[in-house]
Design a protein around this ligand. Structure first.
Ligand SMILES: Nc1nc2c(c(=O)[nH]1)N[C@H]1C(S)=C(S)[C@@H](COP(=O)(O)OP(=O)(O)OC[C@H]3O[C@@H](n4cnc5c(=O)[nH]c(N)nc54)[C@H](O)[C@@H]3O)O[C@H]1N2
Ligand SMILES: Nc1nc2c(c(=O)[nH]1)N[C@H]1C(S)=C(S)[C@@H](COP(=O)(O)OP(=O)(O)OC[C@H]3O[C@@H](n4cnc5c(=O)[nH]c(N)nc54)[C@H](O)[C@@H]3O)O[C@H]1N2
Ligand code: SF4
Ligand SMILES: [Mo]
Length: 701
């Protein structure tokens, strides 16, 4: 019998890549705990992380390269060797490139971030502008809103020095558990917290002021706060005069949002709007924490966030200690690595519909309409998709995308699990988890650490970057022009490459389980704008965006952060509002779920094996639905069944459902064209529905 050994490694079941101690016996992962004796780790772990063994040894893991053996979509596959798989990929991708041009191939990455720079390199070497990721629904719209104002990367709040913090839609106890100790520290330090959230969440519970707005009315709330701040002369006149473009028009526009009027739109009492405005502007320095998704999961999401982000410059909280600061560089060269999309003047997917996405600029294409591009062959044919972690459940009307993928000439998906998105593929490749590979990580503040391989890869699964590297090599043999020095060097050399700017070597890092401090490339600084102009067309913070103005006539964009209420726009989408009286909000995070991927784990997914339809008890009574009853939710785009769960965290009038369930996907309820015209992000959190009993409750007992 062998001893149980503890391996220092990382969990990457979701985003943060937490350091963990893996307990391994006889080559098997027994259990996982939060890392001990490691900076910033407490030994604790979130619910998803604790369930690691169910993740790694899940019966749905893809074990071998599998080639389609039946009709497309039929789901019959046969095992082949890696060698055959690589040849098949190289031959087919090159065939599509020769026949239709490189842009007809999409390289796609789902929500796993670590291999993206390498995949982008592969896309660049191949020559397609269509490198796409899950960011077609996440983060990029917030980044776009920010860049339209400030011209740089989103500036995060300086939590160490802030006196007031607005959490503008961020339920970090559920969505970012590793941040919760920070939140507790803020409270201990006496920082005033304002939480903007339609639900009284655990995070809202700890806030000093909770602005419980109707989903998607964030823009009206922010404009109203601006109105108070300007009216009461709480704004930073000097900063505004020197550095802001479009202030006069903005000042005039915000007059339309007196708190009494904003109360009617947002549902937030006028007095609370005033209090929040005075606290944010008067108890500085103050920061705003943004989220990658809820505000921009609305059809006016970009403008709503523009209105929110304007408050930072208005109050002079931009790039000062305790405000929202330009990053001193996270010192993570791994992030910088390869992050430039090669364009060569080729039209990328999404460029016609969402031109600001590209002007602002973004390093990937916008693939929210991927199903349309494949089915309509417009603006040009899309014939191949090389995907790593493509899950069709991310998109609105996922079944439509699933069918579209079956129409492709060639579709490969590298996956941990056999998801329904694999059924339509020509080839499915087994990828491994973080427990089965080595990886160099860049932590905060220039700290690097090495994640060991805790166990051998399950089945014949491989590390995604090694797969990418071999695909490149096989293409190069056939087509020598397809080359990339870094990808050709092998995975060890790749890790060395990432480390290079830090001055550390891989062998040093491997022998320091607690990690090491690398050379600091960037010095923190404040008020960078005193030294260089803003990277916007005017060189100033653009309350009126000149890039958005470019598309006023062609796309109807407005340079000002104009508030458009989705509840007034239902007509544009052919929706009869009386038939769908409730607002539908899908995907607010739950601690035990992560999009579509964790339902298959009984410890986690078992809590919700069919979708829970969270409804306020008042609405339950109004629509004749009891707690626990089987219900049908119907929207103008579709219908899904689930179980009614009374919940009074939100206000009456809104129904909340988590997405991605194999037993009723809320995304089937969202119309494919219900998107923000600027970003292309779907209105996941502000659509319309009705609820009714299915009358099938007897079946349950
Ligand atoms: N209704 C609604 N829809 C939403 C949202 C919402 O709030 N509401 N949120 C949106 C947002 S913000 C996001 S980010 C997206 C996320 O959407 P997705 O990125 O599709 O997220 P997942 O469902 O986790 O699917 C990712 C797939 O990658 C696989 N995978 C995980 N790790 C690896 C790996 O290391 N290698 C490989 N090859 N595969 C891996 C997983 O098994 C999974 O099948 O969903 C969006 N969709
Ligand atoms: N456990 C878990 N953690 C996750 C994920 C997961 O799937 N599961 N997904 C990860 C990903 S991809 C992302 S993008 C992040 C998202 O991280 P968060 O944004 O923190 O997560 P959410 O729960 O989607 O949204 C936060 C809060 O926004 C509120 N909200 C909903 N609609 C609106 C609105 O219109 N306006 C405002 N102001 N608030 C609104 C919700 O009530 C919720 O409490 O979470 C990440 N972390
Ligand atoms: S938050 Fe939880 S699931 Fe996500 S990486 Fe950390 S431990 Fe793993
Ligand atoms: Mo996301």
């Amino acid at each position: 019998m062998s001893e149980t050994k503890i391996v220092k490694t990382t969990c990457s079941t979701c985003g943060p890549c937490c350091e963990v101690d893996a307990y391994v016996k006889d080559g098997k992962l027994i259990s996982v705990e939060g890392a001990r004796n490691t900076p910033m780790q407490s030994g604790g772990l979130c619910a998803k992380g604790v369930a690691a063994s169910q993740y790694v040894y899940n019966k749905e893991r893809v074990l071998y390269p599998m080639k389609r053996a039946g009709r497309k979509g039929e789901g019959r596959f046969e095992r082949i060797s890696w060698d055959e798989a690589y040849d098949m990929i190289a031959d087919n991708l090159l065939r599509v490139r020769r026949t239709y041009g490189a842009k007809s191939t999409v390289f796609y990455a789902g929500y796993a971030k670590w291999y993206r720079p390498a995949l982008l390199r592969l896309a660049n070497a191949y020559g397609t502008p269509n490198f796409c990721t899950e960011s077609s629904t996440c983060f990029q719209a917030a980044a776009l809103a920010w860049r339209s104002l400030y011209g740089n990367m989103i500036c995060r709040p300086d939590l160490k020095n802030t006196k007031t913090l607005i959490l503008w839609s961020s339920n970090l106890y559920h969505s970012n558990t590793p941040m919760s100790p920070m939140y507790k520290d803020l409270k201990k330090r006496g920082v005033k917290v304002i939480d903007v959230d339609p639900r009284h969440t655990v995070t809202a519970h700890d806030a000093d002021i909770h602005l419980q707005l109707i989903p998607g009315t964030d823009g009206a709330l922010a404009l109203s706060m601006a109105q108070v701040i300007i009216e009461e002369k709480l704004y930073d006149r000097e900063f505004v005069e020197k550095y802001v473009y479009g202030f006069e028009e903005y000042r005039e526009y915000v007059q339309e949002f007196l708190p009494q009027k904003a109360e009617k739109i947002t549902g937030v009492p006028a007095e609370l709007i005033r209090l929040a405005a005075r606290t944010y502007a008067g108890n500085g320095p103050a920061g705003i924490m943004f989220s990658a998704s809820p505000v921009v999961h609305h059809i006016n999401g970009v403008q709503n966030y523009r209105a929110v982000f304007s408050l930072i410059a208005l109050t002079g909280n931009y790039d000062i200690e305790g405000g929202n600061r330009t990053q001193p560089g996270p010192f993570s060269p791994a992030n910088e690595f390869g992050r430039v999309r090669r364009f060569d003047g080729e039209e990328a997917l999404g460029q016609r519909e969402f031109p600001a996405w590209f002007d602002l600029p973004c390093d990937e294409a916008q693939c929210i309409r991927l199903a349309d591009y494949i089915l309509d062959e417009k603006p040009y044919p899309v014939k191949a998709v090389f995907a790593m972690g493509l899950n069709h459940r991310m998109w609105p009307k996922p079944e439509r995308l699933k069918l579209a993928l079956e129409k492709l000439d060639f579709y490969v998906n590298a996956e941990l699990f056999w998801s329904k998105s694999c059924d339509g593929a020509d080839l499915v490749l087994p990828a491994c988890t973080s427990y089965e590979r080595e990886q160099v990580h860049t932590g905060g503040g220039g700290r690097f650490f090495f994640s060991n391989k805790a166990i051998e890869p399950v089945g014949e699964s491989k590390n995604d970057i090694e797969i990418i590297m071999e695909v490149l090599r096989r293409m190069k043999v056939r087509e020598p022009g397809i080359a990339d020095e870094i990808l050709e060097g092998g995975y060890e050399a790749y890790m060395e490459y990432i480390l290079k700017p830090s001055g550390l070597t891989l062998s040093e890092l491997k022998s320091h389980p607690k990690g090491m401090q690398g050379r600091n490339l960037y010095q923190p600084s404040v008020k960078t704008y005193e030294k260089e102009p803003f990277h916007t067309p005017s060189g100033k913070v653009e309350f009126k965006s000149l890039i958005l103005e470019r598309y006023r006539d062609s796309h109807g964009y407005s340079g000002l952060p104009r508030y458009g209420d989705y509840r007034e726009h239902w007509n544009d989408f052919g929706i009869g509002r009386e038939e769908y009286p409730l607002i539908l909000n899908t995907g607010s995070r739950k601690p035990q779920l992560f999009h579509s991927r964790l339902y298959r784990m009984s410890w986690l997914g078992g809590i919700e094996d069919v979708p829970l339809v969270e409804i306020h008890p008042k609405d339950g009574r109004k629509y004749g639905v009891a707690d626990g009853e089987n219900v049908r939710i119907t929207s103008p785009a579709g219908s899904v069944t689930g179980i009614a769960a009374y919940n009074n965290q939100g206000k009456p009038g809104v129904v909340y459902i988590y997405h991605g369930s194999p037993n009723g996907d809320a995304n089937e309820l969202i119309h494919k064209d219900y998107v923000d015209p600027i970003s292309g992000f779907p209105g996941f959190k502000g659509y319309f529905c009705r609820i009714e009993r299915t009358g099938q409750d007897e079946d349950k007992v």
